[in-house]
Design a protein around this ligand. Structure first.
Ligand code: ADP
Ligand code: GLC
Length: 488
């Protein structure tokens, strides 16, 4: 199958969260299964890509978009990266979505409209890559979610020509790409599709809704989240659409890249270790404590996270006294909401021997925290999948998690199932639930034999991508067999 994976971020070139990891590992696994996979990604400023360069394709200016180029680069794992170069849209000082001061770029509708437009074009006979027309276009999150609409439009315009099937993968319902409706003209959304059954969301244009309406199939990154987003509590206003489209919605749990997140060969940690010999893990803990000037005793809790209300960092702060009172230490690596950053930094200043906070994005330190902490904290309010709880299980760092989304699907509670438990699942997502799980984790850690069993259970889990990639292929095949009728 010829698969186009359209995404706004892809590790190691550009990553703000789990989507970056998924965009690297899933296409590579699909390629290993024998598929012809290309990743469409904007060429942002400062990206360092190496591989075999193909012939650059010129994309003429079109509608509101300036001329652009597609630069094919064959990267190590047999996947071709199609870099979408349009300097005036993508070569900027900030991140992929926001400027240096954290504000959304004012022209994001155009920036990602172009990405979606080119993704769709690669699925039609008008493909800019000579001879390569995708069978399936897999769009990811709102920045590419107009692609299914553009493909539906191509089908309407030329019903006799082959057009790729479209799959939209939802990584997070909290980000929807909502813009003023007057952008519909600019983006070329047909007038008949601007209503409630099309892209309209409270009078505005929602890119995510467009994807939900027009994709032949929708996937999201865990079975539990696939159920949750059909409810008011998790659907962020789109639960009604998801209920209507439930027949084409599939929950497929993310995997992890077991080459990158492998404690026995991880290049970013000072000491390797495995389930049979955890000496290296103890050394990593010492290295972590030393790096931050923490006392060399106690139970180390780690956090690596975007600092947003999604991640429940306020719960960690709220029970910090209890954590510290039980000889615990807290190491946080993250960036995000200024209020949370400041609160964490104040805690670190107040307890320099017990709390360490590093504000920023640091791949190497993320690996050291996973490897060196005793317990990983992830009390998320919602979590489509979550990757860190899987990394931490693989690294012998039992996670404490809330009972939502992919956390439910990937962590087994050690109190409920002492035989197979791999972590601690909060019984409610509130201060009491967090505090109760924290107490259970501390108690378990004080019983070394029990703790080793929990660590071993987690390390024995298989979180590779093979099974999930096979499920994506099934969804692609289904979408090709029965393309959804256009929504409007
Ligand atoms: P989300 O995508 O919601 O942020 P995930 O758990 O799926 O959450 O993935 C987060 C990814 O981003 C992980 O690979 C994690 O290690 C990484 N990450 C998050 N914050 C940082 C940071 N400050 N420094 C380095 N890596 C980070
Ligand atoms: C999102 C979600 C996270 C998920 C990641 C990759 O950022 O918040 O739960 O793991 O996407 O799918």
């Amino acid at each position: 199958m010829k698969i186009l994976f359209a995404t706004p971020e892809c590790a190691p070139y550009v990553k703000t969260g789990g989507l970056g990891d998924v965009s690297a590992a899933l296409p590579a696994t699909l390629a290993a299964l024998g598929h012809d996979v290309r990743i469409l990604l904007p060429a942002y400023k400062g990206m360092n890509v190496s591989g075999e360069l193909g012939d650059t394709v010129e994309l003429p200016a079109r509608g509101p978009w300036p001329a652009a180029q597609l630069v094919p680069v064959r990267i190590a794992n047999g996947v071709t990266l199609l870099l979408l170069a349009c300097p005036s849209l993508y070569q900027r000082a900030g991140g992929p979505y926001v400027d240096a001061s954290g504000r959304d770029y004012a022209d994001n509708a155009l920036r990602f409209g172009l990405l979606a437009r080119v993704a769709a074009q690669l699925g039609t006979t008008q493909t800019p890559c000579a001879g390569w027309q995708a069978d399936v276009v897999n769009a990811n999150d709102w920045p590419t979610a107009l692609a299914p609409l553009y493909l539906a439009q191509a089908r309407e315009l030329a019903p006799r020509e082959p057009v790729a099937s479209s799959v939209l993968t939802i990584h997070n319902m909290a980000f929807q790409g909502v813009f003023p409706m007057y952008m519909a003209d600019t983006l070329g959304v047909p007038p008949t599709w601007r209503g409630m059954d099309g892209v309209e969301f409270w009078g505005q244009l929602s890119m995510l809704k467009a994807g939900l309406q027009f994709a032949d199939a929708i996937t999201t990154v865990s079975p539990t989240y696939a159920r949750e987003i059909r409810t008011e509590a998790f659907g962020v206003g789109l639960e009604g659409v998801l209920q209507t489209q439930a027949h084409k919605l599939h929950g497929i749990l993310n995997g992890i890249d077991t080459q990158v997140w492998n404690s026995a060969q991880d290049k970013l940690i000072p000491h390797h270790f495995s389930a049979v010999d955890l000496t290296g893990k103890a050394r990593n803990k010492a290295a972590l404590q030393q790096r931050f000037g923490l006392a060399r005793h106690g139970m180390v809790f780690g956090v690596v996270s975007r600092l947003t209300s999604q991640k429940g960092i306020d719960l960690v702060l709220g029970s910090l006294d209890a954590l510290l009172a039980s000889d615990g230490q807290l190491v946080v690596l993250g960036q995000g909401e200024p209020g949370l950053q400041t609160a964490l930094q104040e805690a670190a200043a107040k307890h320099p021997r017990q709390v360490a906070v590093m504000v920023g994005f640091n791949e190497e330190l993320a690996h050291l925290v996973e490897a060196g902490a005793d317990c990983f904290l992830m009390p998320s309010r919602f979590e489509p999948c979550g990757l860190n709880q899987m990394y931490s299980q693989a690294y012998g760092t039992p996670p404490l998690v809330s009972g939502v989304g992919g956390l439910v699907d990937s962590v087994t509670d050690a109190t409920r199932d002492p035989q197979h438990g791999t972590g601690f699942v909060m019984r409610s997502v509130d201060p009491q639930g967090y505090r109760e799980a924290l107490d259970r984790a501390v108690k378990a850690w004080r019983d070394p034999q029990r703790w080793r069993r929990i660590q071993a259970n987690g390390m024995a889990r298989h979180f590779g991508w093979e099974e999930s990639a096979a499920q994506y292929v099934e969804v692609y095949a289904k979408a090709r067999a029965a393309p959804a009728a256009a929504a409007a």
